[in-house]
Design a protein. Structure first.
Length: 132
């Protein structure tokens, strides 16, 4: 939501004039007929990104949370220009699908939350790094 975009800018101290960082707000699209279900933002990728943080949209479709739902915008981004680094929050199905489709071009450090290995310095995000 626009609220979270503004909150992120505030927390990260990103000024309105910052040209190196783009925070995008777009409406969501759900595909409940695909298997697994898909959700994404209504956003057309037109340029390359070096770094992508995948955090949303929500896995809830029609008010029901489904952990098998995949967030698919990342595939559009990779198809245009594979980013050097992709961070994905604890969306295990999305992480698994990126690994399945693009494991040959990315190394993966999986989230400690997904691995259920929480400790004081745990890794929240799964990290995909382009293989050189």
């Amino acid at each position: 939501s626009e609220h979270w975009c503004n909150n992120t800018k505030r927390l990260a101290n990103i000024s309105e004039n910052e040209s190196r960082i783009e925070i995008i707000f777009a409406p969501r699209i759900d595909n409940i007929y695909s298997n697994p279900k898909e959700t994404k933002y209504e956003y057309i990728v037109t340029k390359p990104y070096d770094f992508v943080l995948k955090d949303g949209p929500s896995l809830a479709i029609n008010g029901i949370r489904d952990k098998t739902t995949i967030n698919t915008n990342i595939f559009d981004i990779i198809d245009i220009h594979p980013p050097k680094i992709i961070l994905v929050d604890i969306r295990k199905s999305t992480v698994d699908e990126i690994q399945k489709r693009f494991g040959s071009i990315y190394s993966l450090q999986i989230s400690d939350v997904i691995k259920n290995q929480l400790r004081p310095d745990y890794r929240y995000f799964s990290i995909f790094k382009a293989i050189s």
